[in-house]
Write a protein that binds this ligand. Sequence first.
Ligand code: ADP
Ligand code: MG
Length: 358
Amino acid sequence: MNGLRIEQIEKKYMTAETGQKESFALEPIDLAIHEGEFVSLLGPSGCGKTTLLKLTAGLLQPDAGKIRFGNIDITLIPPESRRFSMVFQEPLLFPHMTIGDNVSFGLKMQKVAKKERQFEATRMLEMVGLAGYEGRFPEELSGGQQQRAALARALVAKPRVLLMDEPFSALDPGLREDMRELLSGIQRELEVTVLFVTHDREEAFEISDRIGIMSDGRLLQVGTPTELYEQPASTKVASFLGLKNIIKGNIRAGHFASEDSGIEFHTGKPIIDGKHFLILRPEVLRPITSSSKPQNDSVHLKGKVSKLKFKQGSYIAQILAGNQQLECTLSREEAEELEPAQAIELYVNQTDLQFVEH
Ligand code: ADP
Ligand code: MG
């Protein structure tokens, strides 16, 4: 494989006072990123995203584990020799240099001839939407434009991997979306390999081929946005993704019962007996109406409508099943047949039942 491989990487920080007790530990982490792939690390502040990115860049040395590029072990190779580029939350442009010189600086260090440097810088600036800005100084650019220049500077030397640490989080929401689209387009065009860090769920889902969910120094799950959404491996991942309808219960001989027994059905799946959580995505919960007939192997739930909310073209129904409040997405037609406090029967196709053990 010609991509980046993070293998069993570990890092501990010790408390400053004693230097004896560890204050944070990145557990052994494995992650492989294919050439041309866009992978994001998503997790709350303090979970170790920047630490893992710095370890990858070579700005920190791991306590154990290896970083490989292709088949080469680069763990001990200094950052400047890795041919990786990094973009941070702050653009960090040299204030006394023009945008053109800022962008071509890396090429100058590589002793590329001036004419070629200028040509490449101009091309990159065009790509990020800053054509004609070569002669300006950083302070003459807006925050968003400075970040575009920082992206151009990072890409001009054709890095083998582009590492990005929350590069858009200091920008206004509208601008952030423009930057995402810009980055996505450029990444695909140049086929650059990207490891991107964010705490913004929406951003990660929109921009990534795959996402690694991090929490407390651990990488909990890696998958495509659809895999994570449809098959979260744990309630922790599910809650972090904002998934609704996580129901605690038990399975005995293929029969699921919620803790209050308000939801019960035969799973039709070979699942080990014991405590389980059932995760029902709001759109897989379907009302049984005259026009929608469930499939034979679907499971049925009974409840009562407690609230109907209009939300961007469709409806969200709150349904009380046992003492569980469930959320269910409905079309306008489906919602118009319902009234608050009405009894309702729902069905879920067996293939849409997601069980996790913790
Ligand atoms: P994130 O980028 O996900 O917000 P970081 O990787 O920056 O998380 O930090 C993870 C944890 O390690 C945090 O609790 C942070 O305070 C701590 N930490 C980060 N850098 C150092 C350091 N150089 N020395 C000691 N602790 C650190
Ligand atoms: Mg960070």
